[in-house]
Design a protein around this ligand. Structure first.
Ligand code: KIV
Length: 274
């Protein structure tokens, strides 16, 4: 299978469902890539699931680039998307372009994602003009958590839903190649999906989106501080890891590990010379 490209993602709309998951390091990126998933997002959710912060606000450009580089090294097929962190694009269009460029130049991503609708159109236009593909992200936008008052479902009344539809149309007009729809009612996600010409990638947005995204640590059960309703846990790797760690501890404490098969020998005569 060849490398997934931005035109491939756009062409998939209405033809097949797209898949995206997050990855934050080389080892997990290798497994994600082998699974045939289309897009790997180096999400700013790494602030919470990798660095232990309570929200996504504190993660820096340097930290995001550090993780993006590792993911890019482990990914040969999937499209790698770097998530622009809080305050790397909001303050000015120039900063937004320069920081987006760093994701491609230093992080070796193939695209960037940023949060917001009509408020970030100038940034999206300028980044796309610089030759950098942009994925939009509307609905629950965790970088605006202070304004939204918490991790809450968005667009639940007609006025708010209309704003989301307008945001999506404006992002496509500005050049986004796809849009993440987070935590919005399924009928609104369906309306947006029908209205826009690029794929919508849902998380907590129901089954009618063109694709789905989940945070890797949520879906494989590695992060359990809280599990949002929209997450399906496909495994409980945290529990499996705990079990392995306990067995290791027990075997070391009881002198079972390391056994001869995990140890090295040397010729008896060499030993005698000591
Ligand atoms: O940071 C992230 O992981 C995200 C996804 C939830 C879309 O933005």
């Amino acid at each position: 299978m060849g490398k997934v490209t931005v035109p491939d993602i756009i062409a998939a709309k209405g033809v097949r469902k797209l898949t995206m998951v997050t990855a934050y390091d080389y080892a997990t990126a290798v497994w994600v890539d082998r699974s045939g998933i289309d897009m790997v997002l180096v999400g700013d959710s790494l602030a919470m699931v990798m660095l232990g912060h309570e929200d996504t606000l504190s993660v820096t450009m340097e930290e995001m680039l550090h993780h993006t580089r590792a993911v890019a090294k482990g990914t040969s097929r999937a499209l790698v998307i770097g998530d622009m962190p809080f305050m790397s694009y909001q303050a000015s269009v120039e900063q937004a372009v320069l920081n987006a460029g760093r994701f491609l130049k230093e992080g070796r991503a193939q695209a960037v994602k940023l949060e917001g609708g009509v408020s970030v159109l100038a940034q999206v236009r300028a980044i796309v003009k610089a030759g950098i593909p942009v994925q939009g992200h509307i609905g629950l936008t965790p970088q605006s958590i202070a304004q939204l008052g918490g991790f809450k479902v968005q667009g639940r009344n007609a006025e708010a839903a209309k704003r989301l539809i307008d945001d999506a149309l404006a992002l496509v007009d500005a050049g986004c190649f796809s849009i993440v729809l987070e935590a919005i009612p399924s009928p609104i996600a369906e309306r947006i999906t029908e209205a826009v010409s690029v794929p919508t990638i849902g998380i907590g947005a129901g089954p009618h989106c063109d694709g789905q995204v989940l945070v890797l640590h949520d879906m494989v059960g590695l992060f359990d501080r809280f599990v949002p309703r929209f997450v399906k846990q496909y495994d409980h790797l945290g529990r499996k890891m705990l079990e392995a760690l306990r067995r290791y501890r027990h075997e070391v404490e009881e002198g079972i590990f390391p056994s001869p098969e995990h140890s090295f020998t040397m010729p008896e005569e060499e030993l005698k010379k000591l």
